[in-house]
Design a binder for this molecule. Structure first.
Ligand code: ZN
Ligand code: ZN
Ligand code: ZN
Length: 375
């Protein structure tokens, strides 16, 4: 390692400084982050979710240490000044090692994805400590994306937009294929468009589209039905997620009820995107979409929240849901994805990723919003 700080190290130094400020403000004496996405957010290192303990320990006053199984240590890019690497050997007790770095009567923040077994083993070492979730400290930072993160979300969004455009142009064959075949096709395109990983590719035809998280199966797609496609992946550490529906025929002639409902859905989705301005509570964005759908008589058919935060994870804070009074801040990234689902008949959803910005909501997806008729 050279002694010069690379720009990437500066990113992690800045994040660690902000974590320390949040720890001070909240009286947290130690932050413990294991597998999950807080670790790469703070260190750049993705730990495999294995039985050996990987743990970032950030004591309020002391240097951060990354405890790591010695055999994993070569995978870590050291970030000078961010953390010291502390490899442990097969016969060491890594939990005791962690406990020795933590004030024994402190307030300790634990990452959501630390295995329960390690926490259970840690508790007897620190009988006077108190505990809370690390999301109190790291969550607000992770929610407010910086420009590099927004650029990554935009690049991932543009990639799935290109796939959506192919779908809407009829260049992804549907009729006569099974949902699973189309799902595999979408998955291959997600990778071909530059994602390292496919997270999901839901394809739901006709009555199957009424199940929001339908698992693509052997159902053969027919003429004159709606096909819902909801797909995304991870590109350079950040996620994409888009939903578009197409109709395998002339929707106005074959299914005027679907065409009519889709107009309502489109209006609701666009109104919710427009409502997603800095300062607006998340639940108000949900109410905007829900109100329009309910006023049109479809309220009972919109059975899920309006959206979820997105970033390093497909689903993360902030959730766009009734009961979440959190006010949107610049850099918050989330989906706006209302749906209408009529059991046994059809379903539809329209989803874009949006970032709240100083100049208003910035869409990360620009694929056409209309229900394409593929006749
Ligand atoms: Zn989606
Ligand atoms: Zn989504
Ligand atoms: Zn539109």
């Amino acid at each position: 390692m050279s002694g010069t700080l690379r720009p990437v190290t500066e990113i992690y130094l800045d994040r660690l400084a902000r974590v320390r400020a949040a720890m001070d403000a909240q009286g947290v004496d130690a932050l413990l982050v294991s597998v999950g996405h807080d670790l790469p957010y703070l260190t750049g290192y993705h730990a495999m979710p294995l039985e050996r303990l990987t743990l970032l320990v950030v004591p309020r006053g002391g240097d951060a240490k990354l405890l790591i199984p010695r055999l994993e240590a070569p995978r870590v890019d050291e970030q000078p000044g961010v953390f010291d690497l502390v490899p442990w050997d097969e016969t060491d007790d890594p939990v005791a090692l962690a406990a020795s770095l933590i004030p024994s009567a402190g307030e300790i923040a634990i990452g959501d994805q630390m295995w329960a077994r390690f926490l259970v083993e840690l508790l007897p070492h620190l009988p006077s400590a108190s505990y809370r979730r690390a999301v109190d400290v790291v969550g607000p930072l992770r929610m407010a994306k910086d420009q590099a993160e927004i650029d990554a979300l935009a690049a991932a969004g543009a990639a799935v937009d290109r796939i959506a455009a192919e779908l809407q142009a009829g260049r992804i064959p549907l009729v006569g294929r099974t949902e699973a075949e189309v799902s595999a096709d979408l998955s291959a395109r997600i990778v071909a468009e530059g994602h390292q990983k496919v997270n999901f590719a839901i394809v739901a035809a006709g009555e199957n589209a009424a199940s929001p998280h339908h698992h693509a199966g052997g159902r053969v797609i027919r003429d004159d039905e709606i096909v819902l496609c909801d797909f995304g992946g991870t590109m350079d550490g950040y996620c994409s997620d888009i939903t578009r529906c197409v109709f395998t025929g002339d929707v106005a002639a074959a299914a005027p009820d679907i065409a009519e409902a889709y107009e309502v859905l489109h209006e609701a989705q666009q109104a919710a995107v427009a409502a997603a301005v800095v300062g607006t509570p998340c639940e108000d964005v949900d109410r905007t979409a829900r109100g329009i759908i309910a006023d049109a008589g479809y309220g009972d058919y919109f059975v899920h929240r309006t959206g979820h935060g997105i970033g390093m994870e497909e689903h993360e804070d902030p959730y766009i849901v009734e009961g979440n009074g959190l006010a949107l801040e610049a850099g918050h990234a989330f989906s706006i994805e209302p749906g209408i689902y009529v059991p046994g008949r059809w379903g539809m959803r329209l989803e874009d990723i949006v970032v709240a910005g100083a100049d208003g909501p910035q869409p990360m997806n620009r694929a056409d919003h209309a229900l394409a008729s593929l006749g």
